[in-house]
Design a protein around this ligand. Structure first.
Ligand code: FAD
Length: 543
């Protein structure tokens, strides 16, 4: 029996039946962190919710972030104090709700002079006050000798000091899934691969949405008292379904990350380097891989799920490594995986992408559709609370008060000691240490149940287990091969040496469970392989 709360891909027909049969309080368009945060908040406040996602849950920006739960030191310099306070405080809340998805790490900011160090400390001290940081989590200074032992990859002939402070690393797509499952536990009906293409109702009042299931081809009309547009970078497009004359509100900005093998870039903590234009570039370790990001450039090609990664994006990210680290310069050809995403920023005419505030905005259309955009992954709870309260006001829905203390997200019911949780999993299952640590990082206290579904690696040398594929389909709504490869197991990002080899075994397991014929299996394999190849297509560009 699958544990609750679960979203089974084998049940799509009954979910479609339910979507058509019931009348909901809210229909939410979009299954990124904003949409699922709204679904969770609304169900916690006593509303019935339907959520429709065009592709996979978290397939948009919410799986392409830098994967940091952070207040954003740089927004302090931009004067966005309220945003920084809110998100800095949110860090500890998310850590309490899902410690496996908000792992504390030290961030190392190297400086060349004592004056640089003093300036950095002043900024970080303010940041810590805004975020109510205390005790052992307060920043510290490292001397050149400390750097030698704690972060030897930094070139000590360039850096005499470093200021070191706390942030949290998450798994963005899995944070989305955890919130989604909370909403499902509280009664939400949710479906991925179901793009909304029409808003139902009268000229002055929307009362539902229409969507098409991309897996079965079945069309569905979902009736709801209130429609919420949480389509991230696609918010303008969905808003046009309601009001075709509306001017665009968003400024899309592309952010690219590249992945390198740990042995080529052996960072121990999170390291911040400056790019040529003085923007901060983060180097973040994840298992045996390190990812480097991000770029921040205006994107004029419209809204795409997979914005093109260009060679110049990659060169921009790799340049500071050659200058600031004691490693051989890294060529773009050494990149083993990469991802890009679009930030749905609220446009501020005349400003460059990296100068635009990360604030969020909520607006009400002529048919009372509530649209929400902007913000950050980290601030999803306060942002979505405000959105639900606004929607209730506009659509005259009765809300229950928020819970006094929120329950942990699925997998988050432990004290935050990931090493102890991992050691226990290892004892109980006999898994190898690295695999056990990866499993608790992704699944928290549910890791044992996942392993119980199949502890054998999908291919030799991979830490991805067969139980994860079963869990992805039966508990986390994975309906396509790409859903498992990219967003459930994250193998496409962090398992570069085996990601190609995983494609067929995942396809076989999915075909068996979901009844795919050989044509569907082949098509899924081809699509996944093309996707993996396109991630690295910049290698085909001449230098
Ligand atoms: P999305 O995640 O894009 O979700 C919108 C969803 O709507 C998509 O899944 C899409 O498929 C769906 N949709 C679109 N049209 C329809 C339709 N017609 N019907 C149904 N569904 C539809 N924030 C942080 O806090 N920390 C970070 O480290 C961080 N790093 C970032 C790095 C980069 C490069 C980028 C781009 C952003 C980063 N952010 C970070 C910001 C954060 O990722 C975003 O604010 C957040 O993910 C936006 O979520 P969303 O739900 O609004 O949009």
């Amino acid at each position: 029996m699958p544990p609750t709360p679960s979203i089974s891909s084998a049940d799509r027909a009954s979910i479609l039946d339910r979507l058509e049969r019931e009348r909901f309080d809210c229909a939410v368009i979009g299954g990124g962190i904003t949409g699922v945060g709204i679904a969770r908040e609304a169900t916690q406040r006593g509303l019935s919710v339907a959520l429709l996602e065009a592709e996979d849950f978290a397939s948009g920006t919410s799986s392409r972030s830098s994967k940091l739960i952070l207040g954003g030191l740089r927004y302090l310099a931009m004067g966005d104090i309220a945003l920084v306070r809110e998100t800095a405080l949110e860090r500890t809340v998310i850590h309490r709700l899902a410690p496996h998805l908000a792992e504390p790490r030290w961030v190392v900011v190297p400086t060349r002079s004592r004056t640089g160090l003093i300036k950095m400390r002043a900024g970080i001290t303010t940041y810590e006050k805004l975020g109510a940081v205390e005790g052992a989590d307060l920043h510290r200074n490292w001397s050149r000798d400390d750097l030698e032992t704690e972060e030897p990859i930094l070139d000590r002939s360039r850096f005499a000091h470093a200021c070191v402070y706390r942030e949290y690393v998450t798994e963005d797509a899995r944070l989305v899934l955890a919130n989604l499952r909370c909403a499902v536990a509280a009664g939400a009906a949710v479906l991925n691969h179901a793009p909304v293409d029409a808003i139902l109702g009268e000229d002055d009042r929307a009362d539902g949405v229409e969507a098409e299931c991309a897996v079965s081809g079945r069309r569905v009309r979902v009736r709801a008292r209130c429609v919420i547009n949480a389509a991230g970078p696609w918010v303008d497009r969905v808003h046009h379904l309601e009001n075709p004359q509306a001017p665009a509100r968003l400024h899309l900005s592309k952010g690219v990350h590249v992945v390198l093998p740990l042995e080529r870039l052996p960072v121990r903590n999170i390291v911040i380097l400056n790019a040529a234009d003085r923007r901060s570039i983060f180097l973040i370790r994840r298992g045996e891989a390190v990812f480097v990001g991000t770029t921040d450039t205006s994107y004029e090609h419209g809204c795409e799920t997979w914005p093109l990664i260009e060679r110049r994006d990659v060169e921009y990210l790799l340049a500071p490594i050659a200058r600031d680290l004691s490693v051989e310069p890294i060529a773009p050809e050494e990149v083993v995986a990469a991802w890009s995403g679009l930030r749905p920023l609220i446009a501020e005419p005349g400003k460059k992408a990296h100068e635009i505030s990360r604030r969020d905005e909520i607006w009400i259309g002529p048919r009372r559709v509530v649209s929400v955009a902007g913000g950050k992954l980290t601030g999803y709870r306060p942002m979505t609370r405000t959105a639900v309260e606004k929607a209730a006001e506009v659509c005259e829905l009765q809300l229950e008060p928020p819970p006094a203390r929120e329950a942990p997200l699925p997998g988050g019911d432990f004290d935050g000691d990931l090493e102890a949780l991992s050691a226990r999993l290892q004892r109980e299952t006999g898994l190898e240490a690295g695999t056990a640590r990866r499993m608790v990082g992704l699944y928290g206290t549910e890791a044992g149940e996942v392993v119980g579904r199949g502890a054998d690696p999908l291919v030799p040398g991979a830490s991805v287990l067969s139980g994860e594929v079963s869990w992805a389909m039966e508990v986390e709504g994975a309906a396509r091969l790409e859903d498992v490869l990219y967003r459930r197991t994250r193998a496409a990002l962090y398992e570069p040496s085996v990601r190609e080899a995983l494609v067929e075994p995942i396809a076989d397991q999915m075909a068996k469970r979901l009844g795919w014929g050989s044509a569907r299996r082949e098509q899924e394999i081809t699509t996944a392989r093309e996707r993996l190849a396109r991630d690295l297509a910049f290698l085909g560009e001449s230098p």
